[in-house]
Design a protein around this ligand. Structure first.
Ligand SMILES: Nc1ncnc2c1ncn2[C@@H]1O[C@H](COP(=O)(O)OP(=O)(O)OP(=O)(O)O)[C@@H](O)[C@H]1O
Ligand SMILES: Nc1ccn([C@@H]2O[C@H](COP(=O)(O)O)[C@@H](O)[C@H]2O)c(=O)n1
Ligand SMILES: [Mg+2]
Length: 238
């Protein structure tokens, strides 16, 4: 059974699971420093109603977050909430914030955290499942602290897809899904924003022993074989 986020942390992994993960190259040396359970604030309504298991999925534009999330959903029964996709749906619904969000996305900027977290909250509340992949979030420290304050929870684990810029540019330009930000000018802006804002977030979770850094070069299946053991270890610990 999935337990309340309060009682879960990377400490749920047995030492043999940790060894197996390390041997498969699923995480960096920093992330190998597992911390003990963090106190769970649990003030948000969600945390009182559901047993939560939250994974944040990080990585630059085109690093393959969405692609790998689809495989995690298929294999491990998570609910996938992509922050970018929730924002695009908000634009499509002609909501009050739609025009502001579209302008930010076209410029590769990060939308004010309260807007994004409220959309994530709605997504989490409308779902019976408590196992969430929150993709493309948090993009910066403001996102991270807003989630803690509004949702009242922390992630159990954080995946970081590590991909060179040239590869990310190539993948985004080949994506062909009609996204307004899949053009070279916006990609360059998004990469700048990513470079300027992601490190403190990664560092924060690394120090907490929650970070799994995944080498995002290879075929989609090869990369998933690096991701799989992270989730298999969680299942084994239930
Ligand atoms: N390992 C891979 N090798 C080659 N192409 C890939 C790989 N993984 C994903 N792709 C392709 O690269 C593109 C970007 O992948 P994806 O949409 O999963 O990235 P993302 O990290 O979610 O990007 P964004 O942050 O822009 O939403 C897609 O067209 C996808 O099919
Ligand atoms: N936490 C976030 C996530 C996304 N955005 C905006 O959406 C754009 C697309 O996001 P993807 O994850 O789908 O690549 C992104 O460039 C941002 O403009 C955001 O503001 N905050
Ligand atoms: Mg995506």
């Amino acid at each position: 059974m999935w337990r309340r986020a309060a009682s879960l942390s990377s400490s749920i992994f047995s030492s043999s699971s940790r060894r197996a993960l390390r041997d498969r190259g699923a995480y960096s040396s920093k992330a190998m420093e597992f911390s003990s359970a963090e106190p769970f604030k649990g003030e948000g309504c969600l945390s009182k109603e559901k047993n939560l298991y939250i994974t944040f999925v990080l990585g630059g534009p085109g690093s393959g977050k969405g692609t790998q999330c689809a495989k995690i959903v298929e294999n491990f029964g998570y609910t996938h909430l992509s922050a970018g996709e929730l924002l695009r749906q908000e634009i499509a619904s002609n909501s009050e914030d739609g025009v502001m969000i579209l302008d930010m996305i076209k410029e590769g900027k990060i939308v004010p955290s309260e807007v994004t977290v409220k959309l994530i909250q709605k997504g989490m509340e409308s779902c019976d499942n408590g196992k969430f992949l929150i993709d493309g979030f948090p993009r910066n420290e403001e996102n991270r602290t807003a989630f803690e304050q509004i949702i009242g929870a922390e992630p159990n684990i954080v995946l970081f897809f590590d991909c060179p810029e040239e590869e990310m540019i190539k993948r985004v330009l080949n994506r062909n899904e009609g996204r307004v930000d899949d053009n070279i000018d916006t990609i360059r802006k998004r990469l700048k924003v990513f470079a300027a804002s992601h490190y403190p977030v990664i560092d924060y979770y690394s120090k907490k022993g929650k970070l799994y850094k995944i080498d995002a070069i290879g075929t989609e299946d090869e990369i998933f074989e690096r991701v799989r053991p992270v989730f298999a270890a969680c299942e084994g610990a239930q």
